[in-house]
Design a binder for this molecule. Structure first.
Ligand code: NAP
Length: 678
């Protein structure tokens, strides 16, 4: 492979590295691969382009339009996976390692594309939570909403996931409507750059939505403002340095950090040698030690096992690790490739040396191991290493030094109290796993250790077939952890999008809140529909328009008929004395489901039309019982509309049922799918 000139992409231009660029070397041969970055970077030009071009273009789109853009981008990238796998070999990654990075990143983007369309509106303002009624008379209410920040997201990524690291941050930022500047770690930035090139060449993103800085960031952080966000992933030491930037502090620039983590895995006291849980722990441990040569922020660094299983667990893992074939990551027979750089290898050896000063080495001699198809000395190769810590209460280094490579330490515990204490000695981690078939063990450890861990992964014989693995952050679930892990949070579905938006509490009358949110809010005007809404297409329906129907008197015969027809002969509907004895009822009352059915009978327009299906209802409340002789009326109001497919959209209706005195009897939100045209 010839030398690569890793470019940056600034204000719509590809900028080549110059002789001051940072060197990149092959993880496999140690030979120079190329240079990244240049001494002078037009940082203000980068920020202006994002703020003046990318931001407005993204914010002009709705959440759904941005979600569709993410989907198109992910599908485009999946067409170029093979070239990215090949390039990843130069970073020491085997093809399965590269798939974690590349397929994992694409999958994350697809999940955000889908969640954006399912959980966010086809609009520009995100409504966060329920309306709060702030007044007795209902004329003053509150609603939390979120709007995209008007600055730029600066994403500083770690070397171990050159593609996932970029895509897992870009997906929520772009969905929020915020442009981003991506700064990959230098050691693997040529893989990020190649993926980035594919994104730009696709033409899917608006101008200025994404830019790339390889090499150093120059004075970019000193130019950020309160509308900007820094999303950092890397070591605790770098995070500390960047967090302390006085300019960031002075301007309250959001700083989300994902740092190192001494993740633990606990084997429950219910496990025995040969039990499914014992085998699951061994399998997960071997996978976490060897996948990406242990360079995963979520990898298991500490294996906490019952005293009686300390020896057997260590032996079983050591035995499996000793058979792992190490070599050129491009070879199909290679199970574990190289670390990303000679610097990483040196750092891991230093940390292992320190951990070994208080632990025993069970397997893996870094001075003597075989490497297939590459030179062990020149490439950044290491063998998988397992240590044993006999006295974990007294030990210090194993709970504080992160050897960011194929290294883990097994240690014993006497009881669950001690197991939880040991888990928490990492002082805040991204993930801990608990391998147990005993729900009480899981509950105790969640209670005792939950506060110190961002994610707790419980696995056993029931879930093992489908469980996604200790080390896999999922876009649906929060990734991040307290304390040493950085105190930040990413992903977690739409929670992750909120890092790029400002939540604002809006207070005002229901009419004002309806206009702001684009959905009808209780108490807002209910103009009479010009014609029955079931006869008009989705596009013709206006938010707030209402039809009223009724009254219909509910008779004792109706109640008895409904009871016998459905089989619901509950005493409150059938037995006057028993019903009266109940504190809720004056005597026999109508079934709540009878009222729902009568309500539908009152508001429905029966002819074939644009309403295609009733897909459910939410928030059903029965507020006042209906006695025989009461008369009910119903109002049906268009509450919100969301386009779903090319043919139909979802309409949510507010349905209110009242009695002859105007008292609220029942209310709910009805969901229908409606064709766009009548
Ligand atoms: P690192 O040395 O801290 O570097 C992280 C990023 O910061 C790189 O892009 C680096 O760029 C950049 N950087 C360093 N100094 C900077 C400065 N003064 N201004 C601006 N940017 C600067 O970490 P790493 O070695 O790449 O990654 C390994 C660590 O990341 C491990 O500790 C691991 O646990 C952690 N990690 C955490 C997560 C997570 O989600 N929590 C995920 C992956 C990795 P250069 O490469 O150009 O120096």
């Amino acid at each position: 492979m010839g030398l690569i000139n890793v470019n940056s992409f600034v204000a719509g231009q590809w900028i080549a590295a110059d002789e001051s660029g940072r060197p990149i070397a092959s993880a496999v041969t140690g030979e120079p691969l190329g240079l990244a970055g240049r001494a002078r970077l037009d940082t203000q030009g980068l920020l202006d382009h994002a703020r003046l071009k990318g931001g407005p273009a993204l914010r002009a789109m709705t959440f759904h339009e941005r979600a569709r853009m993410l989907k198109a981008l992910a599908l485009e990238l999946s067409r170029h996976k093979e070239e990215l796998y090949r390039l990843s070999h130069t970073t020491g990654a085997t093809t399965p390692d590269a798939m974690i990075d590349i397929d994992g990143g694409i999958q994350t983007m697809l999940v955000y594309a889908s969640k954006g369309r399912r959980e966010m509106p086809d609009a520009h303002i995100y409504v966060d939570g329920e309306t709060e009624m702030l007044s007795r008379g209902g004329t003053f209410a509150g609603q939390h909403v979120a709007t995209p920040l008007k600055g730029v997201a600066v994403h500083i990524n770690a070397f171990n996931f050159p593609v996932w690291g970029m895509l897992e941050k870009l997906s929520p930022a772009l969905l929020a409507g915020m442009p981003a500047i991506v700064k990959p770690a230098t050691a693997t930035c040529h893989v990020t750059e190649q993926c980035f090139r594919r994104m730009i060449a696709s033409g899917i993103l608006p101008d200025g939505a994404v830019q790339l800085v390889t090499g150093g960031l120059g004075d970019l952080l000193d130019r950020l403002d309160y509308q900007d966000v820094v999303g950092f992933t890397g070591s605790a030491a770098t995070a500390l340095k960047l967090r302390f930037n006085p300019h960031l502090i002075e301007n309250s620039v959001r700083f989300v950090a994902e740092q190192d983590s001494l993740n633990a895995s606990v084997l429950g006291p219910d496990a025995t040698p040969g039990s499914p849980e014992f085998d699951i722990l061994v399998k997960e441990a071997v996978r976490e030690i060897t996948a990406k040569a242990g360079q995963k922020c979520t990898a298991i660094r500490r294996l906490i096992v019952p005293e009686a299983l300390f020896g057997p667990v260590g032996d079983a893992i050591a035995e499996r690790l000793s058979k792992v074939r190490i070599g050129d990551p491009a070879l199909e027979t290679t199970r574990m490739g190289a670390l990303a750089s000679a610097e990483q290898k040196a750092d891991v050896l230093d940390k292992v040396g320190r951990i070994a000063s208080e632990c025993r080495m069970l397997t893996g001699d870094p001075a003597n191991f075989d490497v297939d198809g590459a030179d062990a000395e020149r490439g950044a190769f290491l063998p998988p290493m397992l240590l044993a810590c006999d006295d974990p209460d007294e030990a210090e280094i194993v709970h504080s030094a992160e050897a960011f490579g194929p290294v883990s330490t097994v240690m014993p515990y006497r009881d669950l109290d001690q197991a939880a204490r040991l888990m928490n000695r990492g002082r805040g981690s991204l993930v801990a796993s608990v391998i147990t078939h005993d729900p009480e063990v899981a509950r105790t450890l969640v209670l005792e250790a939950g506060a110190a861990h961002g994610r707790i992964y419980v696995n056993n014989r029931d879930s093992a077939g489908e469980a996604t693995g200790h080390g896999s952050p999922l876009p649906h679930m929060v990734h991040g952890g307290p304390g040493r892990a950085g105190g930040g949070e990413e992903l977690g579905g739409i929670r992750g999008v909120m890092h790029y938006m400002q939540r604002t509490a809006i207070q005002g009358s229901p009419d004002i809140l309806s206009a702001v949110t684009g959905r009808w809010i209780k108490g807002a005007a209910k103009p009479k529909a010009s014609a029955h809404p079931f006869t008009r297409g989705f596009d013709a329906l206006a938010i707030g328009e209402t039809i009223e129907a009724g009254p219909r008197t509910v008779t004792l015969e109706d109640i008895e008929h409904f009871a016998h027809f459905t089989g619901d002969t509950f005493y409150a509907h059938m037995d006057e004395d028993a019903a009266k004895a109940n504190p809720f009822f004056p005597g026999r009352v109508a079934h709540g489901y009878l009222l729902l059915s009568f309500a539908a009978g009152l508001f429905v327009e029966p002819s074939p039309g644009p309403v295609l299906a009733n897909t459910g209802l939410d928030g059903l409340r029965f507020m006042k019982p209906v006695s025989p002789g009461d008369a009910i009326s119903v109002s049906l109001t268009v509450k919100r509309k969301t386009r779903r497919t090319d043919e139909y959209g979802e309409v949510r209706w507010h349905v209110a049922v009242i009695n002859q005195d105007g008292d609220d009897v029942a209310e709910y939100e009805l969901h229908t799918m409606n064709a766009y045209q009548a």
